[in-house]
Ligand binder design. Sequence first.
Ligand code: TXA
Ligand code: MG
Length: 331
Amino acid sequence: MFNENDRFVPATEETVGKAATLIQNGKLVAFPTETVYGLGADATNDEAVAAIFEAKGRPTFNPVIVHVFDSGQAALIADFNDTARTLAKKFWPGPLTLVLPRSAESAASLLVSAGLDTIAVRVPAHPVAQALLYMAGKPIAAPSANKSETVSPTTADHVAQSLGDTLDLILDAGRTEVGLESTILDLSGETPVLLRPGGITQEEIEAVIGPIAIASDDEDAHAPKSAGRSKRHYAPSIPVRLDAEAPEMGEAFLTFGPDARKKAALNLSPKGDLREAAANLFVMLRALDQPGIRGIAVMAIPEEGLGRAINDRLRRAAHVPDRELPRGICG
Ligand code: TXA
Ligand code: MG
């Protein structure tokens, strides 16, 4: 149990300032929002975002909501259309998360999108969250501050029980007001799709923008559950070969660890650190996905800790759906 008093503190101007400095330094801070407590890290820092996945103990990379101070900061990382602008004006700050295309110049880590070309953003209404975002001067990636597969925390004690020893600071501001997570609306496609019901109701949204669709759980919906299976999920355009010991002709070799052979095009972590490898994964896959490279051969990654999430993502990247097989192969 978590009982170090200096890491579990009431939210005051001083402790929020301390939290902001920790965020700027790539550390993890739990903070209250009006919905539930969030597990926050600098959304522009790949390693800090990787540390979130590590703390949550997820076996997969799930995309993470990026919290911003206002619509202006949101527009730096996501592309807003008219519907998004209308909803932001009406419901922000507040418990509505918008899934939008990543902007071309987005400084947000590719990890917050878990390989999707979209990004989930929201402006939280809680004064402590607002102050933290203002003082940190950075967008803050934050899933709910609980271990994977457990319920979202509505008090700082819940956070401490679930994640205490992995966090650098927990800001306590009592019970959260809304008590359930934000509503997630995907505006990246032709029609708005409700991915998760939450603090703002479907009726409230429809009163502003008209009818919206509800995500089904089938493969083509990009519901949170199936985010990893969404068609628009990033996979390299060239073949990915796993557990490779050496590259074959025309392949780029993506390696891991200090004894990785010299033929490496890129090394996910020369020191064999899974957090560093997670931080580099999407960046390096994209970097190697080049004309002139026939495929990416990836060295085996240990199936432990963050390695499980890395391998999950790599297996998806290596999977070739039938319909995408080159014609010659289908016969
Ligand atoms: O109220 C909330 O939303 C809280 C507070 C801390 O802001 N956060 C929260 O985060 O509930 P989390 O990670 O527990 O849930 C976020 C959900 C996940 O199911 C994730 O799959 C989905 O948002 N999500 C994030 N980015 C996405 C994206 N680009 N496309 C689709 N779904 C996304
Ligand atoms: Mg959650």
